[in-house]
Design a protein around this ligand. Structure first.
Ligand code: FMN
Length: 346
C-alpha cells in the first residue's frame, strides 16, 4: 500500500512501530522493517555506546529503513541523538523538546525527521523547524497520548500544518488504518499492537494479561511518569495513581537507578532535570515507569509494576508475528475502504 508515508520514508506499507523503552529492541525493530513497515528503536535505556551498538545490531538484522526514537525530555537523550546522527540513521523520531538541531543535521545526510506532538503549538513549531512528518498521538494511546482522542486530534492536526501526518493511539488493524487515512493521516504508528506479537520481548505472562484486558483496564494519570500517560491497571498502578507525593527515599533510589542505567553521574542528572524544568519527583516517577518496563521484559509480578498499555488492548486478542500484523492490517484496510464505498446507497 503506497501513501506519502511509504514514498518519503522508502518503506512498503504505511505502518510503523512506536518507540517503546525495553520493548522496541533490535529484534522487534528489524521484524517490523523486514515486513515492510518502519521499525523504530528506543535507545532511552542505553548510555551512548550502548545506543550505538543497538543501532548497529538493527543494521545487522535488516537492510531496510528504520528509525530511532529520541525523547528529548529524558536524561541522556541529547547524547543518544548525537550517536543516531553520527550513525546516519535513516529516520529520527523526536518528542518532548526542541529538535531543530537534529532536523538540520539529519537533513544534511538525507535523513528524515518525524516529530511526535499532541498540541497545536508544538505541531506548528515542528513544521517551522523543518520536520518532515508529524506523529500525532491521541488520548487512547499507551504512555503519553494527549488530552484529545484520535478521532478529533487527527483532523485537527491535519488543519494545523501542511506536512504529512502519521496517526498514533488506538490503532491495531486495517479498520484503524482505513480510518486514519480517511481522517487525513498518511499511515499509522502502533505500540500496544506490536508489543503483543511473537517477536516482542515482553514476558508471556504479561502478554496474556494484556490479551485478556478490556479497554477499561488502563489508567491515565501524570503520576506514573511525571507527565500524563496511560498504563495497565495493576495493584501498583492503582496505588501510584492515588499517591500525591513520592517519598524522598524512593526518589533518590530511582534517580540512582537511572544514573547507573545511563552512566550519567547523579549530579548531572539533577542539573539536567533543572534545565528541563522538571522536579526530581517527576524524575522519580519516570524512573518508576522505566523499572516497570524492565520488569515486564525480565519477568516480574504484574501486580508490582506500572506498564504502558493502550485502550486498544481491549480489541486485541491474538499474538501474531509482526509480518502477519502488517500484512493483515494492509489487506484489511484495502477491503474496508472498498466495503465502505459499497455501503453507500445510490
Ligand atoms: C509497552 C509500551 C511501552 C512504551 N514505552 C514508551 C516509551 O518509553 N516512550 C514513549 O515516548 N512512548 C512509549 N510508549 C508509547 C508509544 O510510543 C505510542 O505512543 C503508543 O503505544 C501508541 O498508542 P497505542 O499503544 O494505542 O498503539 C510505549 C507503549 C507501550 C505499549
Amino acid at each position: 500500500m503506497k501513501t506519502k508515508m511509504t514514498e518519503l520514508l522508502g518503506i512498503e506499507h504505511p505502518v510503523m512501530l512506536a518507540g517503546m523503552a525495553y520493548v522496541a529492541v533490535p529484534k522487534l525493530v528489524a521484524a517490523v522493517s523486514n515486513a515492510g513497515g518502519l521499525g523504530m528503536l528506543n535507545p532511552s535505556i542505553y548510555a551512548p555506546e550502548g545506543a550505538r551498538e543497538a543501532i548497529r545490531e538493527v543494521r545487522s538484522l535488516t537492510d531496510k529503513p528504520f528509525a530511532v526514537n529520541i525523547t528529548l525530555w529524558l536524561p541522556g537523550a541529547r547524547e543518544n541523538a548525537v550517536v543516531a546522527l553520527e550513525e546516519k540513521v535513516p529516520v529520527i523520531n523526536t518528542s518532548l523538546g526542541r529538535a531543530d538541531w537534529i532536523i538540520n543535521a539529519a537533513h544534511e545526510y538525507g535523513g528524515k525527521v518525524l516529530a511526535t506532538v499532541v498540541m497545536h503549538r508544538h505541531a506548528r513549531r515542528s513544521e517551522l523547524d523543518g520536520a518532515d512528518f508529524l506523529i500525532v498521538t491521541g488520548h487512547e494511546a499507551a504512555a503519553h497520548g494527549g488530552d484529545i482522542g484520535s478521532l478529533v486530534l487527527i483532523p485537527q492536526a491535519r488543519a494545523w500544518v501542511n506536512i504529512p501526518i502519521i496517526a498514533a493511539g488506538g490503532f491495531c488493524d486495517g479498520r484503524g488504518l482505513a480510518a486514519a487515512l480517511a481522517l487525513g493521516a498518511e499511515g499509522i504508528s502502533m505500540g500496544t499492537r506490536f508489543m503483543l506479537t511473537q517477536e516482542s520481548p515482553v514476558t508471556d505472562d504479561i502478554k496474556q494479561v494484556c490479551l485478556q484486558a478490556s479497554a477499561e483496564d488502563t489508567l491515565y494519570s501524570d503520576r506514573f511518569s511525571g507527565i500524563p500517560g496511560r498504563v495497565l491497571k495493576t495493584k501498583m498502578s492503582e496505588r501510584i495513581a492515588g499517591q500525591r507525593i513520592v517519598s524522598p527515599v524512593k526518589a533518590l533510589s530511582a534517580a540512582r537507578e537511572i544514573s547507573q542505567m545511563l552512566e550519567v553521574p547523579l549530579w548531572k542528572l539533577f542539573l539536567q532535570s533543572l534545565k528541563t524544568r522538571r522536579s526530581i519527583w517527576s524524575l522519580a516517577r519516570q524512573a518508576g515507569e522505566a523499572v516497570g518496563l524492565r520488569k515486564a521484559v525480565e519477568g516480574g509480578d504484574i501486580d508490582l509494576l506500572t506498564f504502558p498499555v493502550g485502550q486498544v488492548a481491549g480489541v486485541i486478542n491474538d499474538l501474531p508475528t509482526c509480518k502477519e500484523v502488517i500484512e493483515q492490517t494492509v489487506a484489511e484496510a484495502k477491503e474496508v475502504l472498498e466495503a465502505t464505498k459499497a455501503k453507500l446507497l445510490a
